[in-house]
Design a protein around this ligand. Structure first.
Ligand code: DLL
Length: 433
C-alpha cells in the first residue's frame, strides 16, 4: 500500500483543522493517495479508470476529482463480496454489510487503522453533539452487520463516555434501562425514539422527565419539524448524525448542538460533491442535487465518487468554519414518489403533518393504482387526546397537501397504536401497485 508522503492519516481534534486552505491542502494530498491506492489495488477501479482514460497522476488539484468516473451501488454488488477490498484479507479486521432492499448486500471492510479513525470520527461527532466524557450513552442502534450499533459503540468509548450497548428492539426493556441506568444521551433513529417515547407514555412515564439530555439521531431522513416535536416531548437536544456504510458508517457528518443547522461533513476524511442526478454534472455549492463522496483515508475500502442517492446541498461551515455542511437530508432519489406527474418525498408529508396539532407523527404512505391512475393514501394516527378534532385534522391535512404539494391524496385515520412502530430505520412507503 503506498504510504502518504508528508502527513499521516490521524484524526485531528475537531478544532485543530485550521483554515479552509490548510484543509484543502490536506484533502489534496489524501485524495492523491486514495486514487493511487484504489487504482493499484482494486481491479474495478483500474478497469474503470482505464476505460475513462484517466490515471492517478492526472489528479493535480481537488477539482480534478471530476475527471474520475462515479462508483455506484451496482459496482459494489458486482464485486460481491470482497472484490473491492484494497488490502490483503489478512489485514481486514472487520466486515459490515448493508442489507439492501433487493438482492445482494453491500459488503465493506476495515483495517485496524480504519476502525481507529472511525472511532475517532464518531467521538468527534459526539463532541459536536454536546456529549461529554464521563456521560452515560444508551446506544439503541442495531448491533450486527449494520454499521450503526458497533460504529456508535466504539465512538462512545473513544470519547471517554460509558456505552450502554442495548441495540434495537424490546422497547419496554429499553424504557426500564433508561429509567434505571439514567443515561445522559441516547443514540438511535429518530423514528425509534418516537417508539420509545410512546412506550414511556404507555407506562405512565413522562418522556420529558427522563435523565436524557441529548439524542444523536440519524440513519434515516427526518425533518426539522420532527426535531422540534422530539425536543419538546423528550426535553432533549436532538442532533443529526449522518453516514453510510459504503464510506464508513455513522459519523461521516454531524451537526453541532450549538447551531443545529445541518451536519458538518468531516472533510478531512471525506470529500463531498453535489451533482445533477440526471446529467452527472458537478453543481456549485448551494445548489441542490445528489450527494457524492470520495473517501480520503480509507485503507481497506477506498471509495471514489460514490453516488449516495441522497439529495441535499453543500453550505458553508458554521460552528466549524473550515468544513462545509450539508443541508439536513430530507430525501433520497429512491424515496421519491411520482404521483400523477408530481414529485414528492415522504418528508414533505411529515413536515405538513407536524404542523397540525391533532395529528401524531405516526403515518405510513400507500401507493395503489386506481384504474390507470396512481393514488396515494396517508394512513395516520391522530394524537390520543384530540378526540373531537380528528376528522377536522384529516380534512386539513388533505387540504394542505393539495395546496402545498399540488396532489390530491386520501387520508385514512387509524386508531392510536394501530400502525407499525419503528424498530430502527422506519419503512414509511408501501408501494402496492
Ligand atoms: O445508516 C449509517 C448510520 C448509522 C448513520 C447510524 C447514522 C446513524 P446505511 O445503512 O448504509 O448506513 O444507510 C445509509 O441512510 O445514504 C441515507 O440515505 C440514510 N441516512 C443516514 N443518516 C441519515 C441522516 C447508516 N442523518 C443511508 N439523515 C444514507 C437522513 C440518513 N438520511
Amino acid at each position: 500500500m503506498p504510504k502518504l508522503s508528508n502527513s499521516n492519516m490521524e484524526v485531528l481534534a475537531i478544532n485543530a483543522i485550521g483554515t479552509r486552505s490548510e484543509l484543502e491542502e490536506l484533502q489534496l494530498e489524501r485524495l492523491k493517495w486514495t486514487v493511487s491506492h484504489a487504482y493499484e489495488n482494486v481491479e474495478t477501479y483500474r478497469a474503470k479508470f482505464d476505460a475513462f482514460g484517466v490515471k492517478p497522476s492526472d489528479i493535480r488539484t481537488l477539482d480534478d476529482v471530476t475527471k474520475l468516473p462515479f462508483t455506484t451501488k451496482a459496482d459494489l454488488r458486482e464485486a460481491y463480496p470482497f472484490g473491492m477490498f484494497a488490502v490483503p484479507s489478512s489485514e481486514i479486521r472487520r466486515i459490515h454489510a448493508s442489507s439492501g432492499t433487493t438482492g445482494r448486500p453491500t459488503v465493506v471492510g476495515y483495517t485496524s487503522g480504519d476502525l481507529d479513525r472511525w472511532a475517532a470520527l464518531v467521538a468527534r461527532s459526539l463532541e459536536a453533539s454536546g456529549v461529554k466524557p464521563g456521560w452515560r450513552v444508551h446506544n439503541a442502534y442495531g448491533y450486527g452487520l449494520f454499521t450503526g450499533g458497533l460504529g456508535a459503540h466504539a465512538g462512545i468509548e473513544r470519547l471517554g463516555a460509558t456505552v450502554i450497548p442495548v441495540s434495537g428492539g424490546q422497547t419496554e426493556r429499553q424504557v426500564m434501562l433508561i429509567m434505571d441506568f439514567q443515561p445522559d444521551a441516547i443514540m438511535c433513529t429518530p423514528s425509534y425514539l418516537l417508539t420509545i417515547a410512546d412506550t414511556m407514555e404507555h407506562q405512565g412515564i413522562d418522556p420529558a422527565s427522563s435523565s436524557l439530555k441529548v439524542g444523536i439521531l440519524g440513519a434515516e431522513p427526518w425533518t426539522n419539524e420532527l426535531r422540534i416535536e422530539i425536543e419538546k416531548r423528550m426535553g432533549i437536544d436532538a442532533v443529526d448524525i449522518y453516514g453510510l456504510s459504503e464510506l464508513m458508517g455513522p459519523g461521516v457528518a454531524n451537526e453541532s448542538s450549538q447551531t443545529k443547522d445541518g451536519p458538518h461533513v468531516w472533510e478531512d476524511h471525506f470529500l463531498p460533491e453535489i451533482i445533477d442526478a440526471e446529467s452527472g454534472k458537478r453543481l456549485a455549492d448551494g445548489e441542490k442535487g445528489e450527494l457524492v463522496f470520495t473517501s480520503l483515508t480509507n485503507e481497506a475500502f477506498p471509495i471514489i465518487r460514490y453516488r449516495t442517492r441522497d439529495l441535499t446541498r453543500l453550505l458553508p461551515g458554521s460552528a466549524y468554519p473550515a468544513m462545509r455542511r450539508i443541508e439536513k437530508i430530507t430525501g433520497r432519489n429512491d424515496d421519491m414518489i411520482i404521483l400523477r406527474g408530481v414529485n414528492l418525498f415522504p418528508t414533505q408529508i411529515e413536515e405538513i403533518v407536524m404542523g397540525i396539532e391533532a395529528l401524531s407523527p405516526h403515518f405510513i404512505l400507500e401507493l395503489t393504482s386506481a384504474g390507470r391512475l396512481d393514488a396515494l393514501t396517508v394512513r395516520i394516527e391522530p394524537q390520543r387526546d384530540y378526540v373531537g378534532a380528528q376528522q377536522a385534522a384529516a380534512t386539513e391535512l388533505r387540504r394542505r397537501i393539495k395546496t402545498l404539494l399540488g396532489v390530491s391524496v386520501e387520508i385514512k385515520l387509524e386508531v392510536p397504536g394501530a400502525l407499525p412502530r419503528s424498530e430502527g430505520k422506519y419503512k414509511r412507503l408501501y408501494d402496492l401497485r
